[in-house]
Design a protein around this ligand. Structure first.
Ligand code: ZN
Length: 52
């Protein structure tokens, strides 16, 4: 499932592994309406990339 991070606009692919992670960490709340890049899902530094 390809998507764009709602926060940093990074192009991402939501994998089954990421989905499992987000369920475990965020209880799937964000996935309902907002999708973060995998880096953010994992609590890493956000991308500096921004849409103009
Ligand atoms: Zn992001």
């Amino acid at each position: 499932m390809a998507y764009e991070c709602w926060h940093c606009k990074a192009d991402c692919v939501f994998t089954a592994q990421d989905q499992k992670h987000s369920f475990e960490v965020q209880n799937a709340k964000i996935n309902q309406h907002r999708r973060l890049c995998t880096a953010m899902l994992r609590g890493l530094e956000p991308h500096s990339q921004r849409a103009a």
